[in-house]
Design a protein. Structure first.
Length: 141
């Protein structure tokens, strides 16, 4: 697969529009369109890094024209994570519906789950800030 085909496949798999990728990377919409159409390749390595982060694919996959690129691994990961989430909800439901946990322990467990959620969300924000800072660095020289 060519670089452009890989970018397009990853973008569609992630559910992003070309404009979304443009905004996430700081690259112009026309640049994203040129990449996908094969009219242009990134001239700077940093563009590959920005695309890799935005599309959540390994940079090496984008750099290597000979690398086979499938989204099966990504799909497997998403499916596995969804399955794990369903199992967690099922297990928590059983515990709450008649398990051996006292109400105080159930409340503590729910707080721990909520804390884990907020921590993960904050990590995502930090990642987006790093992407924005990288974009600024690229723009400034």
């Amino acid at each position: 697969m060519t670089f452009g085909e890989k970018v397009r496949a990853a973008r569609l798999a992630a559910g992003y529009s070309q404009r979304d990728v443009s905004e996430m990377t700081g690259l112009s919409l026309r640049t994203i369109q040129n990449y996908e159409s094969g009219e242009r390749l990134p001239k700077q390595r940093e563009s590959y890094t920005l695309m890799s982060r935005a599309l959540n694919v390994p940079i090496q996959t984008l750099l290597d024209e000979n690398a086979d690129f499938t989204l099966e691994t990504q799909d497997e990961h998403v499916s596995r994570a969804a399955g794990e989430a369903r199992r967690l909800v099922d297990e928590v439901s059983v515990l709450y519906a008649g398990g051996d946990l006292c109400e105080e322990d159930m409340d503590a467990m729910m707080r721990a789950i909520q804390d884990a959620y907020w921590i993960a969300k904050e990590r995502g924000r930090k990642f987006q800030r790093r992407v924005a800072e990288t974009r600024k660095d690229v723009e400034n020289g």
